[in-house]
Design a protein around this ligand. Structure first.
Ligand code: TXA
Ligand code: MG
Length: 367
């Protein structure tokens, strides 16, 4: 299959969809309508979209991603009225969250209506629904005249894609079109909140933070086991996708975090010293502040280290924005060992740390 890249030139320059951009979205929408696949930008990460109500399109999505078909897809809507076609019950809590955070980086899991094919939900009796805020995503869904099933537009097991270039890397020849709308603003996947039961449960942390949810609902919510630590044998996460070793760089990664007032840079320096000579190509993934400390602590070792900056330590949203891109860069550089600096778990830090812990396969050093 030949993949066509449709660049939203004016949107990328001005942030506004022009007539010419809209024509390109028409072309992508036509692909979806006839059962094809289109990768498209959202405010979180790129999605690999197909018609959510067409079994065959869902099957194609799994095949293109190389994803196990027991891992359900998120259904994207562009109008709150579409929710009633997909679900049988919307709880009071779900209503409050939708009012406050839709459109936006929030996915909610509902009991599904028979209109949603089992192929889309991986055989579950629930459906995950997301109402994105990205104008190109909204225009595409509207023009397609349906709801769009879209997992993150990466090959299974690779970091999610946050630019069209990443989509080309993973999906060239596997999808009909890739819509290039530039870099994704947030850079981490949406928050997933299960509102199908009595008490809402956080299944995946994201930019709609735990703090925002508890404040909006005025109650404590549950948290799935997959967020808290590595899953024990036989324990199933509520979001089937959380069981896979996602976001994994090719090289082993150790995550350094601070809890007891220790120095992350000193601990990282010790780790790098220990591995120097043993590892072919070491990399550090850390803040500018940490890089300058490391340069002082181990200048001779840092000369040969692949240095990936996540920006200032103070700017957690900035770290989130570049995380997946840096992970991809380190894969491309062929590094064999990664020492990474974590952040606190407040606000967006919880989502950031969730992805980093998984990338590190829960190898964490706390100082
Ligand atoms: O930001 C996002 O959510 C992006 C963009 C494209 O919208 N999409 C995304 O999709 O991250 P994906 O497929 O990579 O991750 C969806 C997660 C998986 O872990 C899946 O198991 C879970 O959502 N999920 C989907 N439907 C579910 C359901 N009915 N119940 C529980 N978990 C569900
Ligand atoms: Mg994904």
């Amino acid at each position: 299959m030949e993949t066509k890249v449709l660049v939203l030139e004016d949107y990328k320059r001005t942030g506004i969809l022009s007539r010419a951009d809209m024509d390109k979205l028409d072309e992508a929408a036509a692909v979806i309508r006839r059962g094809g696949l289109a990768a498209f930008p959202t405010e979180t990460v790129y999605g690999l979209g197909g018609d959510a109500l067409m079994k065959e399109a869902s099957r194609k999505i799994y095949a293109a991603k190389g994803r196990p078909s027991d891992n359900p897809l998120i259904v994207h809507i562009c109008d709150i009225d579409q929710l009633s076609e997909l679900t049988v019950r919307v709880s009071e809590e779900a209503g409050k969250m939708a009012e406050k955070y839709w459109p936006g980086p929030l996915t909610m899991v509902f009991k599904k209506s028979p209109a949603v094919p089992d192929e889309t939900t991986g055989g579950l009796d629930t459906v995950a629904v997301r109402f994105p805020v990205h104008p190109a995503a909204l225009a595409l869904i509207k023009k397609a005249g349906t709801v769009i099933a879209a997992p993150s537009a990466n090959l299974s097991g690779r970091p999610s894609t946050t630019s069209a270039a990443h989509c080309v890397e993973d999906l060239n020849g596997r999808v009909d079109v890739i819509v290039d709308g530039g870099d994704c603003e947030i850079g981490l996947e949406s928050t997933i909140l299960d509102v199908s039961g009595d008490v809402p449960q956080l299944l995946r942390p994201g930019a709609v933070t735990l703090e925002m949810i508890t404040e909006t609902l005025g109650m404590d919510i549950g948290e799935d086991a997959a967020i808290k630590g590595p899953l024990k044998e036989g324990v199933k996460p509520k979001a089937p996708g959380m069981k896979y070793r996602h976001y994994a760089p090719k090289a082993p990664m150790i995550l350094f975090t601070e809890k007891n007032g220790g120095s992350i840079a000193e601990a990282m320096a010790a780790g790098l010293r220990e591995n120097a000579g043993k590892e072919e190509k070491m990399a550090v993934l850390c803040s500018e502040e940490c890089i300058s400390e490391l340069n002082k602590l181990i200048p001779e070792i840092m000369k040969d280290v692949d240095v990936k900056s996540t920006g200032s330590r103070e700017d957690k949203a900035g770290m989130a924005h570049v995380l997946f891109e840096r992970l991809r860069e380190m894969d491309a550089d062929g590094v064999s060992f990664i020492a990474a600096e974590g952040s606190s778990e407040e606000n967006i830090g919880k989502a950031l740390m969730n992805r980093m812990k998984k990338a590190a396969a829960w190898q964490i050093v706390t100082v």
